[in-house]
Design a protein around this ligand. Structure first.
Ligand SMILES: *[C@@H]1O[C@H](CO)[C@@H](O)[C@H](O)[C@H]1NC(C)=O
Ligand SMILES: *[C@@H]1O[C@H](CO)[C@@H](O)[C@H](O)[C@H]1NC(C)=O
Length: 441
């Protein structure tokens, strides 16, 4: 039996005063890639405190602030459709649009759910709304509010082509701000014409012909992510002191290996270097084999001209690094790994658009020896997602698809980094953790 009961499912409409967009919003080529890989889900868990209103009042304010927010985020209430004439996909908006708002109840203990290192995936997955994105048309966004004995969960499911992590948190920021009764600062932008791709308009339909030849069906073979339900998942939080020590250690190790560092690595590079090292050490790869690292860079502000922070879409380019396992087992592993991460970031900065096609690789990495980073240490869900009853006790991504996926988020106190790790084998997770603790000492 599911631990979560759905009580109600209704739609929150776009206010009549919102200006309808002129026509469908055609996905860029970067966005079209997500059509076969669409689900982005996050849950926010809130423990009841003195300032938490009764659940009915919470529902009411979540709904009315969502409606108000859709005044400027109307396309998120639209549908992703197949535009047969041009072979594109795009978001189509109409006056009758709405965002599905699911209300549910759960008997699980929210303190445990929010406090445990290990994820209770069966419960967590039921706290975000289910949306079938295997066939177009599909909803772009749905939300869920779940009542617990001692708190409430807010879950979001969004189409990854319509919103990457940055865009999702921009939306949550606006919604939470409206829910607190304040006025959201930034104006979102949905204008795809601002994203200039080298091969222009044709590129998106080329991508779809290649990767989604059966439109409007976009279902992947069910075997693609068959491991997903069997993954062990745990979250480790590195505090400010951990990050400082990690950076110092990397600087020190790098100095002892030759030239002194120009400056300490970023928190992102340091944390990714740490996770990559732990990943290599918890697996039994041959020391001569390469261990791969994949991560995305947000290129909104790097495009020429930049599209700006308020762009609501997907604007990501891939970065791929590799090191022989031997290096990641060596004494200078953290420094070597941080340098490799930094090198990829520097390459991306020189030609941000070069990595737009994150499905195409040359050479092809070995997926068995690849750590895949999602999210960002720069995201601040904990600070943003205060709907008026305090910051979440915990937030987690729900979709982690593969062995070796790692999701990053700024930590709850705003000074550290939360690292969520998915591995297939529980014993390897124990190894990952003991390596992590040893390297942070
Ligand atoms: C470590 O030093 C090398 C030069 O020896 C430099 O190229 C590299 O960027 C440094 N690593 C980091 C993490 O900055
Ligand atoms: C890494 O995961 C993302 C989803 O978060 C996916 O789009 C990407 O293709 C994956 N990369 C590789 C190399 O599998």
């Amino acid at each position: 039996m599911s631990p979560v009961r759905i009580v109600e499912s209704a739609y929150v409409g776009v206010p009549e005063t919102a200006a309808p967009p002129p026509g469908p919003i055609r996905f860029t080529a970067m966005e079209a890639l997500w059509v076969v890989f669409p689900v982005l889900q996050h849950v926010l868990l809130y423990e009841a405190g003195d300032d938490m209103p009764p659940f009915d009042a919470i529902l009411q304010s979540l709904r009315s602030s969502l409606a108000a927010t859709l005044g400027s985020f109307a396309p998120l209430a639209g549908k992703l459709v197949h535009l047969e004439e041009t072979g594109d996909v795009g978001i189509s908006c109409s006056a009758s649009d709405g965002v599905r708002f699911v209300v549910a109840e759960c008997d699980a203990d929210i303190r445990r759910l929010a406090g445990d290192e290990e994820h209770d995936l069966r419960v967590l997955e039921a706290l975000v709304p289910e949306v079938d994105m295997d066939r177009l048309p599909t909803a772009v966004l749905a939300v869920q509010a779940t009542r617990f004995e001692g708190g409430v969960a807010v879950g979001l499911t969004v189409h990854h082509g319509a919103a990457d992590g940055r865009a999702l948190w921009t939306f949550v920021d606006a919604w939470a701000t409206a829910c607190r009764g304040e006025t959201p600062a930034a104006t979102p932008c949905f204008d795809r014409s601002l994203v200039k791709m080298p091969a222009g308009d044709e590129l998106a339909s080329d991508v779809l012909r290649k990767f989604a030849p059966n439109l409007p069906s976009v279902a992947l073979a069910s075997s693609v992510f068959e491991d997903r339900k069997r993954l062990t998942r745990r979250t480790f939080t590195l505090d400010e002191g951990d990050i400082q020590r990690l950076k110092q250690r990397i600087v020190h190790l790098n100095e002892s290996g030759g030239t002194p560092l120009p400056r300490p690595p970023s928190a992102f590079a340091a944390v990714v270097a740490l996770a990559w090292t732990c990943f290599a050490r918890c697996k039994s790869f041959s020391l001569d084999d390469d261990v791969w690292l994949f991560f995305f860079a947000d290129i909104r502000e790097r495009l020429d001209p930049p599209v700006g922070a308020g762009y609501i879409g997907s604007c990501l380019t891939k970065c791929l690094a590799r090191l022989p396992a031997r290096e990641l087992h060596g004494e200078r592993a953290l420094a070597v790994a941080a340098s490799a991460v930094q090198d990829e970031i520097n390459k991306m900065k020189e030609d941000p658009i070069a990595g737009w096609n994150f499905f195409s690789f040359d050479p092809m990495p070995s997926m068995d020896r690849l750590m895949n980073i999602s999210g960002s240490s720069g995201f601040s869900a904990y600070q943003i997602a205060d709907f008026g009853w305090g910051k979440p006790r915990r937030t987690e991504p729900i979709r982690m698809n593969t062995d070796g996926q790692v999701a990053l988020m700024g930590s709850r106190d705003g000074r550290g980094v939360q690292v969520s790790v998915a591995l297939l084998q529980a014993a390897q997770m124990d190894e990952f953790k003991s390596n992590l603790l040893a390297l942070l000492e």
